[in-house]
Design a protein around this ligand. Structure first.
Ligand SMILES: Nc1ncnc2c1ncn2[C@@H]1O[C@H](COP(=O)(O)OP(=O)(O)O)[C@@H](O)[C@H]1O
Ligand SMILES: [Mg+2]
Length: 257
């Protein structure tokens, strides 16, 4: 009997059912006191194994996607930013837009929550095992230009276009030259009507000609991005300096009393 038990534990470990191996002793003890059927026990043990695997897969995918685990939808204070339609964001979180191969563009000044929202939708995608990647615009352009220089642009474009969701953060903080605009256009062209993008920018579309140092390319890029897209304009205060705003408000209320 004893050796059979040890064999079972060994077999479970060999099959890499490590959570079942870990919890089995407890269930054998519980079995004597509670009236758990064999099916009840198998159900709970297999659920524990699956939950463990899902969590591990999620953690790995989240790290691979380069997402920030702190910037989630749960941590986003919608009351602070009333210009954002919470229901629209929750709809994005269902990933319907990825199914429809649509894009999302967050526009707004610094600190209004663009990166946080883009990241949190990325986390929802990873939870559903959608291949996702988060990268800043300057880094993306640098990587593409380096790839071009080393004659492996094709491979790099393929890499970035394979993601079902590519999040490109901070378009517009730094202008890029013609060559940079050109490789970005090639990427957008590949992703167009194929997979989804989430973009964040601090610049209205009318300024994109300046970002890309070229009106024609900027228009071609915008044309493709905006064809199937949700544009979210965030007009509100910066969350980063909310405490300063609170102080202001306090002063105002003090004055009025
Ligand atoms: N409504 C909000 N609720 C909670 N945290 C927020 C909110 N808006 C912004 N933040 C936080 O404030 C900081 C700036 O937000 P971020 O998304 O980086 O702004 P942006 O990308 O628009 O410049 C981040 O740390 C972010 O997590
Ligand atoms: Mg940002």
């Amino acid at each position: 009997m004893m050796s059979k038990y040890i064999n079972v534990i060994n077999n479970l470990n060999k099959l890499k059912l490590t959570k079942i191996a870990e919890y089995l002793p407890g269930y054998i003890d519980a079995h004597k006191q509670n009236d758990l059927t064999l099916i009840d026990i198998l159900y709970e043990l297999t659920n524990k194994e699956l939950a463990f695997r899902n969590e591990r897969a999620f953690n790995i995918n989240q790290a691979v996607a380069a997402l920030n685990s702190d910037k989630t939808l749960d941590n986003f204070d919608f009351e602070f930013q009333p210009s954002i339609n919470k229901l629209e964001i929750l709809d994005f979180a269902t990933l319907r837009f990825i199914n429809n191969k649509e894009n999302i563009v967050f526009i707004g000044s610094s600190g209004v929550g663009k990166t946080h929202l883009a990241n949190s939708i990325g986390i929802e995608a990873v939870k559903q095992r959608v291949s996702t990647y988060f990268i800043s615009f300057p880094r993306l352009i640098d990587n593409l230009l380096l790839a071009q220089k080393e004659s492996r642009l094709e491979k790099a474009l393929k890499l970035y276009s394979k993601y079902k969701l590519l999040i490109i953060d901070e378009i517009g903080y730094l202008p890029i030259d013609n060559q940079g605009a050109n490789v970005f256009f090639q990427l957008i062209n590949r992703k167009y009507e194929n997979t989804s993008l989430i973009l964040t920018t601090n610049q209205p579309f009318s300024k994109w000609g300046e970002i890309f140092s070229n009106n024609t390319i900027a228009n071609a890029i915008l044309d493709r991005i905006l064809h199937h897209s949700h544009v979210i304009n965030i007009t509100g205060p910066s969350y980063r300096i909310r405490n300063i705003n609170n102080l202001d408000r306090k002063d105002e209320s003090n004055q009025s009393t």
